[in-house]
Design a protein around this ligand. Structure first.
Ligand SMILES: [Zn+2]
Ligand SMILES: [Zn+2]
Length: 136
């Protein structure tokens, strides 16, 4: 079982499934939502994710039609995003995990939208968008 929480700790969640491949997403929405170069996300099974505390504090912002970004309304921590078109899947912001994990990020996505000040130095594959081929 994986456990996680927001910054203030009012929202606590647990996840009993497996993490999917961890991606660093450089899309402009993720950059703004995190206030950083990218979001580090893993696709997870929505059916195996649950809030154990603070569910009422979780708000969802619809960043584009059909795409919701969930965050703690008290402290602002981003928790996951989801698509109305893929209800079985959440994209967990793995920086909110409290449980230590073995998995490492596998690739960069939306590398074509990366901040001009960010330098790719880890040698991991970069994809221009989600399912496009490698950018370089
Ligand atoms: Zn919070
Ligand atoms: Zn993104």
């Amino acid at each position: 079982m994986l456990h996680g929480s927001c910054l203030c700790g009012e929202v606590q969640y647990e996840y009993s499934g497996e993490l999917g491949p961890i991606a660093m997403c450089h899309c402009s929405q993720c950059r703004r939502a995190q206030g950083s170069a990218y979001a580090t996300n893993s696709p997870i099974q929505a059916s195996q994710f649950q809030f154990v505390e603070g569910r009422d504090l979780v708000k969802e912002f619809e960043s584009k039609p059909g795409k919701k970004r969930a965050f703690c309304s008290e402290c602002g921590s981003p928790l996951y995003s989801r698509l109305d078109s893929k209800p079985a899947l959440l994209r967990l912001r793995i920086g909110t995990l409290k449980t230590q994990i073995e998995a490492k990020p596998e690739y960069h996505i939306f590398a074509s939208s990366a901040a001009e000040w960010y330098e790719f130095k880890d040698g991991l594959p970069r994809y221009a968008e989600l399912e496009d081929g490698p950018l370089v």
